[in-house]
Write a protein that binds this ligand. Structure first.
Ligand SMILES: [Zn+2]
Length: 325
């Protein structure tokens, strides 16, 4: 029997770069994490990318000939077909960088590039919650909202490689308080991501200092320390204000997910990211709202489930792009 193929997955983030060696059956064999040193500019952070990959290849017992590829995922905007990173806000100096050809040249191993949400969608299909499905809508809800669309086992890229930016669909253009990081008003990201939900809750509490909630005592009276994690904990303790906040967030996400079901009629919807850790408390609301806000008469048969790959999901995402064309 031949040895399994090995793939290196590299997840380039604004603060750290994680690389790992994964076998095609989804075993993470080795991994390293190095700081991105993004503030040092492109040359410094590229060196860190090389150091992470080199770190894996130089580990004991690694036969580089068994490594069939290096999958790279990075924040967008980027062009996966040409392997170019345009100018992500958290990677200063990375302007029109042909990262794929640089990595290929340096290591003499095939390489591919994908944006992080698309890669995470692929990993869920190959090794995670969407195994066995071909048409998948993937969502990650944490500081922002990222999405990935998989049609017939392939990532849908669109004409310029820019498709799948579902987090920037407007769900309320009237809400002038919901200004999104992208500059638009009322994107679902600006209304229902973890960061925006936290911020809105903090503002409400500051405006109503007498509102009853255990959130204040949970953070020693410092409202600014309230995070989604704290909100979820308070909701589990039946705090009404926290529960209401999560219900509203779930409902907003559901309105948008319902639209996605109308548009894509996917086999499964997988939701990952920090907010998905809240669990059934929010999934219940998302499902209820999504199934109401769609024209698809089969919507209730569309599972809306939690992502399976959590820890090292970036590495799995990057590696998974070598599992499919
Ligand atoms: Zn936006």
């Amino acid at each position: 029997m031949s040895a399994p193929n090995l793939i290196i997955g590299v997840d380039i983030g604004g603060t750290k770069i994680a690389a790992g060696l994964i076998s095609d059956n989804g075993d993470l064999k080795r991994s390293v994490v190095v700081p991105t040193l993004a503030e040092g500019g492109f040359k410094v952070s590229l060196k860190q990318v090389f150091a992470a990959i080199g770190g894996i290849l130089s580990m004991d017992g690694i036969n580089r000939r068994s490594v069939k590829g290096i999958g790279i995922c990075a924040p967008g905007p980027l062009d996966p077909t040409r392997g170019i990173v345009f100018n992500p806000p958290n990677l200063p100096g990375w302007k029109n960088i042909d990262i794929v050809s640089r990595v290929k040249r340096k290591f003499k191993i095939d390489a591919r590039l994908e944006n992080d949400a698309n890669a995470a969608a692929m990993a869920e299909m190959v090794w995670g919650a969407a195994r066995g499905h071909k048409d998948i809508f993937y969502v990650t809800v944490s500081t922002g909202i990222g999405t990935g669309i998989i049609i017939n086992e392939k990532i849908y890229h669109g004409k310029n490689g820019m498709a799948g930016e579902g987090g920037h669909m407007t769900i309320n253009y009237d809400d002038k308080s919901a200004v999104c990081g992208c500059g638009q008003i009322g994107c679902v990201e600006a209304l229902a991501s973890g960061t925006y939900t936290e911020n809105r809750l903090k503002e409400k509490l500051k405006r109503s200092p007498r509102r009853k909630t255990i959130l204040r005592s949970m953070t020693g009276g410092d409202i600014d320390k309230i995070t989604m994690r704290v909100i979820a904990r308070a909701a589990r303790k039946k705090d009404e204000f926290a529960t209401q906040t999560i219900k509203e967030q779930g409902e907003l996400l559901g309105v948008w997910v319902g639209g996605m079901i109308s548009l894509l009629d996917p086999e499964i919807i997988v939701i990952g990211g920090g907010v998905s850790m809240i669990g059934e408390l929010i999934f219940r609301e998302i499902r209820k709202s999504a199934y109401c806000h769609t024209i698809n008469i089969f919507a209730k048969k569309t599972p809306i489930v939690r992502a399976k790959l959590k820890k090292d999901s970036g590495i799995f995402g990057a590696a998974s792009i070598f599992m499919r064309k």
